[in-house]
Design a protein. Structure first.
Length: 289
């Protein structure tokens, strides 16, 4: 078993920076969370759980780790979210310059804004796919426009976005919602066909950053989040969306955020690690270019 604090349990030759197509950037940041704290422990919990993953993916019949998956040193930020934005942007920009595929591990959702800003500079035709229980489109919250509750307001200033799994927002967010690009959890649950999948993906540009707040899942699957909302997405609703996006779009990077690990229930940590490996398998097997 891997004991070197890196993602996955496979040969070291596939974990070096020079040999890796994929770079995981842990960002253990939790300064602006407003309900339950602890998302700063999320990246380490995911990395630890990943050592129990099988390296072979059944759906794609591939071993994506052979592309190389490097785990970078954690980006430690103790200042406000404005500083976080700049540091994440700088780090992700460097990965793009080195032709690496970035995977950002939060931490709270505010880590996403800097990553999207870096992606936008490298891919001007960028759009963002958000999987989330919350709209996260407040203009400001607790005195900051970079609070985790404002992340998608900052993203939509940069590029178009499609939101999936939403089931909680306030009145001001509701009034500004682009409802043609929002797929509420209750509508997804009641859909008799998969037509919504096709429609959601078609609204994205060719170059896509994906942000996955783990509270998009129903709490029966992942209860370990800062604000678990009932009525969430299932495993296959999420993975089918990721799969369809990978089939027809160029995924340029993604982030996974808001895991709040609990020692009494480590299962969600493994689910998050599995999700990352599954998505990487889709990206490289279905649309490797």
């Amino acid at each position: 078993m891997n004991t070197d604090n890196t993602f996955g349990d496979f040969e070291d030759e596939f974990k070096t920076y020079s040999n890796s197509a994929i770079a995981l950037l842990p960002v253990p940041y939790d300064l602006t969370s407003t309900y339950h704290k602890g998302a700063d422990r999320g990246p380490q919990a995911i990395i630890s759980a990943s050592t129990a993953l099988e390296n072979f993916d059944i759906e794609t019949e591939t071993e994506v780790y052979r592309r190389g998956i490097c785990t970078l040193e954690a980006l430690e930020v103790t200042e406000g979210p404005e500083v976080l934005f700049e540091q994440v942007k700088t780090s992700v920009k460097a990965l793009f310059e080195d032709k690496k595929f970035p995977v950002v591990l939060g931490g709270e959702h505010s880590v996403t804004v800097g990553a999207v800003a870096a992606a936008k500079e490298s891919y001007p035709n960028l759009s963002v796919l958000q999987l989330d229980a919350h709209a996260d489109t407040r203009e400001t919250y607790h005195g900051s426009p970079y609070n985790h509750a404002c992340v998608m307001a900052r993203v939509r200033e940069m590029c178009p976005m499609v939101q999936v799994g939403i089931r909680s927002l306030d009145g001001a967010e509701w009034s500004k919602l682009d409802r043609e690009r929002v797929y509420f959890a209750h509508d997804v649950a009641s859909a008799s066909t998969g037509a919504w999948l096709t429609e959601a993906v078609e609204q994205l540009s060719q170059d896509v950053w994906v942000t996955i707040d783990l509270d998009c899942f129903d709490p029966s699957i992942i209860p370990s989040t800062g604000t678990p909302e009932p009525g969430g997405l299932t495993w296959y609703q999420v993975t089918n969306l990721l799969k369809k996006t990978a089939e027809s779009k160029r995924i340029v990077g993604f982030d996974v955020v808001e895991l709040l690990p609990r020692a009494s229930n480590p299962a969600p940590d493994f689910v998050a690690a599995k999700l990352i490996y599954q998505f990487l398998s889709y990206i490289w097997a279905l649309n490797p270019n």
